[in-house]
Structures are given as C-alpha cells and as structure tokens.
Design a protein around this ligand. Structure first.
Ligand code: BG6
Length: 467
C-alpha cells in the first residue's frame, strides 16, 4: 500500500499509570480510586488493607522498569508514547497546597528518558483514577470544590513539564462516567442521573479550565479531550431505529460537543427535561466552558447497534458498553466486535462534526497469547486486527480527515481496565505475569513487535490492503 500517512505522523503506543506503574504506595503516592478496584472497573469497590494486594499494585512494574521499556518502544521507532500522570503521586490526598516532590521527580525521569530517544509524550491528566481522599472527604466530582483541586493539579504539572510535554489530554474516556460512575467521577454506582450529570458537569468545567491553563502556561502546547468512540449503527433501516441511534450516539457525542464547541448542545435541554435531570450550571461555568480543546482524541475498539425492537434488545450483550451485537461482524475472545471500517466511519463523523484534528489514542486487540517452546509468540491475529484498522485510517486520511497520530493501546502487556486481567494482552511486548500475579515480569518481543516496527519505519507503506 502506498503511504497516505503525513510526514511527522505520531506513531506510537498508549498506556495508563494505574495499569502499568505498580508501586502504588511508593515515594509518597496516595490511594487512588483505581487502588480501590483490585478487580477492575466492573469489580467491587474494596477498602484497602495493607498487604492485601490486587494485581495492579505491582502491575508490570513500569515504575522501576521504564528505562528498559522505553528502549524497546524506541527499537520499534515510536515517535510518541501516551501515558498518564497518577494524580495521587503529585497530590496524595488531592487537597494539598504543596505537591509531592518525589512524585514530580518520577515523571521528570520518565519524560527525560523518552526525550533521549526522541519519543514525544502525550500525557493524560486523569486516566480512570482520582485521589480517593477527594472521594472520601468531598464526594468526588459531585462536589464543585473538586474543580479547584483539579485545576491546581493541572497547573502544577503544566508548570513543571512545560518544556518536556507539548501534547496533553484532560480526562480519559470522559463519557465512561455514564457507565462506571465510581471510575469516572468518584460517585457510588447507584447514583441518580442528576447526581451523575452534575458531577460530569463539574468535570467538563474542570476540563475547560485545564485547557485555559495549558494555553497560558505551556508554550506552543496543545490539549485535547478523550472520548470512548463507541459508534452506533441502526440495526435496521426502520426510521425509529435510525432516530434512536442518533439519540444514543448523542449520549457520548455530547461530551465532545461541550468540549469542542464551548457549551451545552440544545438537544441536552430536552433530554434533561424529559428525564427529570437537574444540573446546576452557573454563568461562570458557561464562561469557563467557552475555552475549547485544540484537538479531539478518542479510543476505538468496536462498534455496536441500536434497535427499538424489544425482542432484539434482549440479545446477549458482551462488550464493555453493552451494545446490541451486529450480525455482520465477528468478535474477539472477549466479545468485542471487530469493525475496521467503523474506524474510518467514526473518523469521518468526528471530523465532519468538529473540523478539528483527530488523534486515535487507543485501538487494539485484547487476546490470549501462547509462548511457543522456542520462546516465540506468533500473534498474527493482533497483526491482522491492527493492519486492517490502520488501512481504514489511511482511507480516512484520503477522505480528507486530519489525523495527528495513532497510539495503539497497550504496546506492552498491561493489566486490563475492565476486569484487571493480565491474560487479556494487547502488547507487541509480552510480559511474563499471569492473572494471579505469578511470573518473572520478563519482557519478550512478539511477532507483532517486528511488524509494527516495519509499519512505522515505512510510514504505513508496509500495510497490506487486506491482511
Ligand atoms: C479503554 C481504557 O476503555 O479501553 C483503557 O481507556 C483500557 O484503560 C482499554 O485498558 C481496554 O479495555 P480493557 O478492559 O480490555 O483493558
């Protein structure tokens, strides 16, 4: 395939602090909401007892092994690595005035190591975690005060890393709060719709304040949002199904509308009114929301369907968003439907809607890997998945969509977010650790490692039209 990818396309990978770092109490780190979810986002929220460790407490020990891992990313030719800062390393309880120097120093070391290889950081301020102290003392994002704590944290890290980090993201998959309120906004899972949307509103205001702070502090800095790009198709051509699909797509596009357009879209007023949802939005909030993002970033793993037919609505739903399955698509071992064309469609939908540059900051296949007797790992299924998605990215670029980069999810095996499993592997690099936490943590290159290195080296020329 001849390359359609622009020069300076940001090829790389994406990880998150709580899924790789481990060291959950090292150098003064406080407890985060993620530390209270040893079984993952959909597991129970567990009060921590020292010594009662979940798999994330060590994760893949990136906190100590990052120099080796960055060297492997560099060997693949990464131009960019997306990671997050653990808020609790900087402000252990969340409401301190002074930051924790040891936490700040860790990310200095990490960003310096990346710079040695010319790898640009793309940094998420909050990836599925916040200080548990803010949840306990203040009620998480349900409390307006959390906006100020977050802004203080954002300003602190912008000041500290302004000459090391150019690209920032505010909240990972900000729309996920609708499905996982504790993970997203630090609220109980059985919170009311009004409570959840109020917390979301506070988070949207905080996101806009961070955008303003980034523009003020980081010279030439660019900051984006981050959406879970769960695009939905109508299951049939019945007009009611098409309309309901539009409505459900707006459930998540709403976040992008606020962050990219600077205010609440009109359709939300009706949604709030008809569902008895009360949200306090002050004039000052409205003013703050006018500060819009520079680019849109999103994750893409799968698409889903929508139907108004009750019988079909009862079909088994296996993916993270409980979408109605598409009869035309195959699924991964975890029931996530594989739809490369959906990525081209989604890129076009987002570009038509916002006319802002797009950044694909997560995409990948979670699968079980087998280490052969000779130590090799032949993950052709992963190569095929990624190849087919990247071919569609190239098509979207040809359609005229402005795409800044592509960071595949989990370039090194890590702890999965939904169920805290190690066996759901995404990496080009294998990590010797199982679901029970056994293993040497040794790193090993998979077949896909060499494949991705060739893709980057050829700027996409080595992709095959059909895997
Ligand atoms: C996204 C998250 O939802 O999907 C990541 O931003 C997560 O944190 C990824 O790991 C894949 O989900 P899972 O459950 O397979 O890890």
């Amino acid at each position: 395939m001849s390359s359609k990818f622009p020069d300076h396309f940001l090829w790389g990978g994406a990880v998150a602090a709580n899924q790789v770092e481990g060291a959950y109490q090292t150098d003064g780190k406080g407890l985060s909401t993620s530390d209270l979810q040893p079984q993952g986002i959909f597991g129970a929220i567990t009060p921590r007892v020292d010594g009662d460790s979940g798999i994330k407490d060590v994760a893949i020990d990136f906190y100590h092994r990052y120099p080796q891992d960055i060297a492997l990313f560099a060997e693949m030719g990464f131009k960019c690595l997306r990671t997050s800062i653990a808020w609790t390393r900087i402000f252990p309880q969340g409401d301190e005035e002074a930051p924790n120097e040891a936490g700040l120093a860790f990310y200095d070391r990490l960003f310096d190591e990346m710079a040695r290889y010319g790898i640009q950081p793309l940094v998420t301020l909050s990836h599925y975690e916040m200080p548990y102290g803010l949840v306990k003392q203040y009620g998480g994002w349900g409390n307006r005060k959390t906006i100020g704590f977050f802004e203080h944290y954002a300003r602190t890290v912008f000041e500290r890393y302004k000459h090391k980090v150019q690209h920032w993201l505010t909240f990972n998959e900000i729309n996920m709060s609708l499905h996982a309120p504790f993970t997203g906004v630090g609220l109980a899972e059985d919170s009311s719709k009004s409570e959840i949307y109020q917390a979301i509103h506070h988070q949207l205001v905080a996101s806009a304040r961070a955008v303003k702070a980034c523009h003020e502090i980081v010279p030439g800095g660019k900051i984006g949002n981050m959406l879970l790009g769960g695009i939905l198709y109508p299951l049939s051509s019945k007009p009611e199904d098409v309309l309901e699909t539009q409505r459900q797509n707006r459930d998540w596009l709403f976040f992008g509308d606020v962050q990219a357009r600077g205010g609440y879209p009109a359709y939300m007023r009706r949604y709030f009114r008809e569902n008895g949802i009360q949200v306090e939005i002050t004039a000052e909030d409205q003013q703050a929301l006018r500060e819009t993002i520079d680019f849109i970033s999103f994750s893409y793993y799968m698409s889903g369907c929508v139907t108004t037919d009750e019988a079909q609505n009862n079909t088994a739903r296996t993916n993270i968003l409980n979408m109605v399955p598409n009869p035309h698509l195959a699924s991964s071992e975890w029931g996530w439907q594989i739809d490369p064309v959906g990525l081209r469609y989604l890129l076009n939908v987002l570009y038509d809607r916002y006319q802002k540059p797009l950044f694909i900051v997560e995409n990948g296949l979670g699968a079980k890997d087998l280490v052969e007797a000779d130590g090799s790992i032949n993950d052709d299924y992963r190569i095929n998945y990624l190849n087919d998605h990247l071919v569609q990215v190239a098509e979207a670029i040809d359609d005229g969509v402005e795409v800044m980069g592509y960071t595949s999810w989990g370039p090194i095996d890590l702890v999965s977010a939904s169920k805290a499993e190690m066996s759901k592997r995404y990496g080009f690099i294998y990590v010797d650790r199982d679901d029970a936490g056994n293993g040497s943590l040794e790193r090993r290159r998979k077949k896909s490692f060499y494949w991705y290195r060739d893709v980057i080296q050829s700027n996409g020329n080595s992709l095959k039209d059909k895997a």
